[in-house]
Write a protein that binds this ligand. Sequence first.
Ligand code: ADP
Ligand code: MG
Length: 255
Amino acid sequence: MIPVALSVKDLRKTFGALEVLKGISLDARQGDVISILGASGSGKSTFLRCINLLETPDSGEVRLGDEVIRMRKGRDGRSGAADRRQVDRLRARLGMVFQNFNLWSHMTILQNVIEAPVHVLGRPKAECVAEAEALLAKVGIADKRHQYPAHLSGGQQQRAAIARALAMRPDVMLFDEPTSALDPELVGEVLRVMRTLASEGRTMLVVTHEIGFARDVSDRVVFLQNGLVDCDGPPADVFGTGGSDRFKTFIARHA
Ligand code: ADP
Ligand code: MG
C-alpha cells in the first residue's frame, strides 16, 4: 500500500460571516498529483493556505507524515494551531509556489534558492549552492543564477520559484495557480517543469485553471464548490461520467 503523504480532515475556515471552507477532507498518497479546480472565489487559495497554516483554519486537522496539527477555536474566538515550532516544522516540509512567484526582489536567483535551506534548515552553504545550481539547471535557468528577479521573464521567475521550493526538499509541493499570471506563450515552459516533477513521483497539490494539465497529468481531480468537495476522482472518471453537472458546467465555461 502506498503511504499517505498528506491528510486533511474536515478543514473549516470563515472570514467574518463568510464561510469559505465548510469541511474539506483530502488524502494525498505519496506520488499523487492532485489538481484542484473550482470557480474564482471558491476557496482554493484559502484551502492551500490553511494546509501550510499561512491562514489559521477554524477547525480541522492537517497531517503530514508523522506531524499532526489539530485546530480548534478557543474561547476568545481565535483559532490556535499547535505550537509555533510544530507549525515551522510542517511548513518546512511543504513547498509552496504562488501565482505571483513571490521571489525576493533584492536577492539574486541563486540567493533566493539558498536562503531558506541555509537560514531555516541550517545546512552548509556550499552544499546548498551546489544543490541550488543543480535545481536551476533542472528548471532550465542555470544561466540566470546571478540575475535579479526583475531581469527574468515571468516564466523564468516562476521556474526559479519552483527551484526555491524544491531546495527545501519538501515532502509535498503546493501550487496555487502557478501559470495564471503568465503571458500565454510562457505557460508551457512552467507546465513542462511541473510535468517533469509529476513524472518523478513528487506529491503535488495543484490549484489550476489548466484543464489539460488536470486531465492529462494528475492522478486525481478535486472540484471545490460552495466550500465543499463536489467531486474527487481520477480524471477519467470526473471528466467522464463521474463528474457532477456543476463540474460539467464549470468545464464547459473554462475549456
Ligand atoms: P479562490 O482561490 O478559489 O479564488 P480564495 O480562497 O482566494 O478563492 O477566496 C475565497 C473567498 O474568501 C473569497 O470570497 C475571498 O474574497 C475570501 N477571502 C480570502 N481571503 C480572505 C481574507 N484574508 N479576508 C477576508 N476574506 C477573504
Ligand atoms: Mg486563488
